[in-house]
Design a protein around this ligand. Structure first.
Ligand code: RNT
Ligand code: ZN
Length: 420
């Protein structure tokens, strides 16, 4: 985009926002500092590199666009390239299945930092933090879709060990990178059809989690651990062990955090409505920002009402230090790097737009019982020139403005992805 036009647009936007009582530069600064954790698994359809080769656990990536990253090196180059298009504080969210074994015979119950050191070195070089996830799927030790609640004691113990290893690895990430490593625990455990003994699986899940979180020398400060709830999965339609009530309840009573994934609720239910409710009782939460269409389809996040509402909730309530924002989607039907660029840019646009809103004026109107003004302000804000501020923000952060990034993605596709 033409630099002069961007500068002109920015001047105009500054005036318009100024008249609405908003300091555009302060808003940009605030939005820029809020970290968004980019999920590594968009780049390779959630397959990982520790030998699984396919995806299970009730989740599914659809599409067969060419260019899936097949090695950790390919994935890192794709992420490096994606990051040239993404402004603002970024972290990378890794799954345990992205371990690099370097020919060693080692399994998930025994992983150490060694299997992730290349990732840490890469993160160090790039000056970014790492988040982490145990991988309770796509593995021969899964008992169907059961892991931590399996009735097979050998398998259950294997997965308990995996959960413990992940906290140890997370602590190493935090130490080496000098920033907390958020770990999300998601287990697909559940039944396709009506479960009768709904209690026993939860008893076992609780016992397993208790063992995983028993080591208090690894603190929630350094390694914030969180439990992700879910309604159902493919082939796990009737009963999910770590349901919403289960996960929230466990987290609240065991000093860990709770993860809200946008795709894990009934289609008309939104996670934006849950953030301030959960934060009444918990210090921090994690988010998996996703976009489900009719089911937990994990579409790339769009700049839609719910994304804006999520970021508004965080910014308007001053929750930026209490909410770990992570993205969680995987689309293989379109260019995977574009998925990162579009989704991450959308998250940042929504954050910026939240910071650009005069929430104080809205809050004041509400407190005074003037709901007419509150509504008018909320609606007016939708057509203020946030796009002009976004372009200026991108320009000053040395990332492509407007849709300029698309051309380089096409070039990368032709030069690199189609050759895979
Ligand atoms: C699955 C959960 C989970 C996964 C990732 C890959 O429904 O949302 O967070 O998507 O761990
Ligand atoms: Zn998720």
């Amino acid at each position: 985009m033409d630099e002069n036009r961007i500068l002109k647009g920015y001047e105009y936007a500054k005036e318009v926002y100024g008249a609405a009582g908003v300091d555009v530069d302060a808003a940009m600064k605030r939005a820029d500092a809020i970290p968004v954790s980019m999920h590594c698994w968009q780049g390779d359809d959630v397959i990982g590199f520790d030998g699984s080769g396919s995806l299970d656990g009730g989740i599914q990536t659809t599409g067969d666009y060419p260019g899936r990253a097949r090695t950790a090196d390919e994935l890192r180059s794709d992420i490096d390239f994606a990051r040239t298009m993404i402004p603002g504080a970024t972290k990378l969210n890794l799954h345990a299945s992205y371990a690099e074994k370097h020919g060693k015979k080692i399994d998930r119950d025994a992983y150490t930092i060694a299997e992730f050191q290349t990732w840490v070195d890469w993160a160090k070089q790039n000056g970014i933090g790492l988040d982490f996830n145990p991988t309770y799927f796509s593995h021969p030790m899964m008992d169907g879709n059961f892991s931590l609640s399996s009735s097979d004691e050998k398998k259950r113990r294997f997965w308990i060990e995996h959960g413990k290893r992940c906290r140890e690895i997370g602590l190493e990430f935090a130490k080496q990178l000098g920033q907390p490593c958020a770990i999300n625990y998601w287990m697909p455990d559940g039944h396709k059809d009506t479960c009768v003994d709904t209690k026993i699986y939860r008893d076992r899940m609780t016992a397993s989690l208790d063992e995983i979180f028993a080591d208090k020398s690894i603190t929630q400060q350094d390694v914030p651990c969180s439990l992700e709830s879910k309604l159902f999965g493919i082939g796990v339609e009737s009963y999910t062990v770590a349901s919403h009530e289960y996960s929230l309840g466990y987290a609240l009573t065991h000093g860990i955090y709770y993860t809200l994934d946008s795709g894990h609720f009934h289609p008309t239910e939104v996670i934006s409505a849950k953030i301030s409710a959960v934060l009444q009782f918990m210090d921090k939460i994690l988010l998996h920002v996703s976009r489900g269409i009719r089911w937990d389809s994990d579409h790339v996040i769009a700049l839609d009402d719910e994304l804006q509402r999520i970021m508004d909730e965080i910014v308007f309530n001053g929750f930026e230090n209490r909410v770990f924002i992570g993205l969680d989607y995987f689309d293989a039907a379109i260019n995977r790097i574009a998925c990162w660029a579009i989704g991450m840019r959308n998250a940042r646009k929504a954050l910026l737009n939240a910071c650009l809103a005069n929430s104080e004026a809205m809050r004041k109107a509400e407190a005074e019982g003037d709901n007419t003004s509150r509504f008018a302000l909320l609606e007016e804000r939708k057509s203020l020139p946030a796009g002009a501020v976004w372009d200026y923000y991108c320009l000053t952060h040395n990332v492509p403005t407007g849709i300029d990034w698309l051309e380089s993605v096409k070039k990368y596709e032709a030069d690199v992805l189609t050759k895979r």
